[in-house]
Design a protein around this ligand. Structure first.
Ligand code: 3PG
Length: 305
């Protein structure tokens, strides 16, 4: 069977090699579409494949309908808001993610950005230290849990809010659980965001919530840009010179943020959280195995639709 790897932002070469080996060894055909610039290239590539793996690539209804033989699509990564799940289901396509496989890379980047914010983007002026400060983890999933562990290594006090994870499980990591999101933002100088982009969470990180953060409040976003209320964030940046917004996913109004608040914001040029050789190998090889196990044995572990 034909298995397509479609990645506008390519995996590391070692990961591509590892994925190819898994597919070759299972006797299937490996097809690679990297760095494509036009949706038409994706539409053409999917036309005759049985399985497919993507990253943040958009699997729209148009793409899924064009993939006439497609039986399984794996998002090599955690968030699957880029797959039209209703269209996948309507076309009898199983959609999966690879939870946990790229989490460490994302958690490490959180601290890259936190240190950068604390040291005033390395501009030569005296900054502050993370030690002794409170960090609030907004959603305690695979990444949040690792952020907690690293934060403890920095000597930070760790708080978390996640109504979907048992309080005892979070507390077992030495993390203080708060009952409301407002409590988290009021208590913590640093917030690390790990919520998915859903209809419920879109624009939910708004002015009211962010303005509760104490002096020196810094929001670190390695989740999704859609969860941020950009207007409210711009308003707060204008009101409070001490507030910072560092994100791995540039806002829609990137130019306005950067031109007005250069000293208070930082955005990576492209989402870099999961962009390590290790994360690419972990997620890519896991994804390839999931595709093969589904095509050969009907194993639908990590199905999300
Ligand atoms: C994820 O949801 O796993 C991350 O956002 C990584 O996205 P990427 O594969 O596009 O780097």
């Amino acid at each position: 069977m034909k298995i397509l790897i479609a990645t506008e932002k390519p995996f590391a070469a070692e990961a591509v090699q590892g994925i190819k080996e898994v597919i070759d060894n299972a006797g299937h055909e490996f097809v690679l579409l990297e760095k494509y610039t036009d949706n038409a290239q994706l539409l053409e590539a999917v036309s005759d494949v049985d399985g497919m793996m993507i990253r943040s690539d958009k699997a729209t209804a148009e793409v899924l309908e064009a993939a006439k033989n497609l039986k399984v699509i794996v998002r090599a990564g955690a968030g699957y808001d880029n797959i039209d799940l209703a269209a996948a289901t309507a076309n009898n396509i199983v959609a999966m993610n690879t939870p946990g496989q790229n989490s460490n890379a994302v958690a490490e980047l959180v601290f890259g950005m936190m240190v950068m914010a604390a040291r005033n983007s390395f501009n030569g002026s005296a900054g502050t230290e993370l030690k002794g400060k409170k960090v609030g983890i907004h959603a305690y999933g695979n990444v949040g849990k690792l952020v907690a562990k690293i934060a403890q290594g920095f000597g930070m006090e760790v708080l978390a809010f996640d109504p979907f994870v048992a309080k005892e499980a979070i507390e077992a990591d030495g993390v203080t659980v708060v009952d409301t999101v407002e409590e988290l933002y009021s208590a913590c100088q640093y917030i690390s965001l790990h919520i998915p982009a859903t209809e419920k969470t879109k624009n939910s990180i708004n002015y009211d919530l962010l303005s509760k953060m104490p002096k020196g409040g810094t929001l670190v976003n390695t989740a999704r840009k859609e969860v941020i209320d950009e207007e409210g964030t711009l308003k707060l940046l204008a009101e409070r010179a001490d507030f910072k917004y560092f994100s791995d996913i540039a806002p829609g109004a990137r130019e306005e943020f950067e031109s007005k608040f250069a000293a208070q914001v930082f955005f990576t040029p492209k989402k870099m959280g999961a962009q390590t050789a290790e994360a690419n190998i972990n997620a890519g090889v896991a994804g390839a195995n999931q595709i093969i196990n589904f095509l050969e044995k009907g194993d639908d572990t990590f199905k999300v639709n």
